[in-house]
Ligand binder design. Sequence first.
Ligand code: S3P
Length: 180
Amino acid sequence: MIASGPLRILLVGFMGSGKSTVGAELAARLGWRFVDTDDVVEREQGLLIEQIFSTLGEARFRVLEHEVMQALLQQEQLVVASGGGWAASPGRLSDLGAGTTTVWLRVSAEEAVRRAQAQSHDRPLLRRTDALRAVRELLLLRTPLYAKSQYEVDTESFSVEDVTIRVMELLGLTGPTTRD
Ligand code: S3P
């Protein structure tokens, strides 16, 4: 039991940084729920992310993901994986309140592209002939915004388990937690 600690943990970072895999592992270890905002947006719209981008447009997707995030940030004992672009809008991480602990999962552009290409789901922003160059540019722009997170963890050459344990150590969490 912990007397005080985060009510929820919000993982931010670039595509392929491991937000979903680490988030699921972290939630399982804490006995919390895990939600990926991309999954909620897809479920609510009945469309895949790439279909939302192509039919509704990226700007509409950004509104939808932010609405989902605002609802999730009211909930407790929850690990949330944000989409890689959510924290990349100015101000997103500056006013979240005391209950939300933010963790930036760091990854290089090269590793992000390698991981993304090894996964099956389509990421509209990586569907370019020169994906690495596009990722480098986007990552450079987003890095100062991701850096507003309270904690950061390097994921570059670490397993999901290693990163999860590191997050728990940093946050002073040891296992299933209850707040009552
Ligand atoms: C995006 C990241 C994706 C998804 C969408 C846009 C981005 O989520 O929200 O394709 O702008 O970086 P993941 O970071 O989970 O891949």
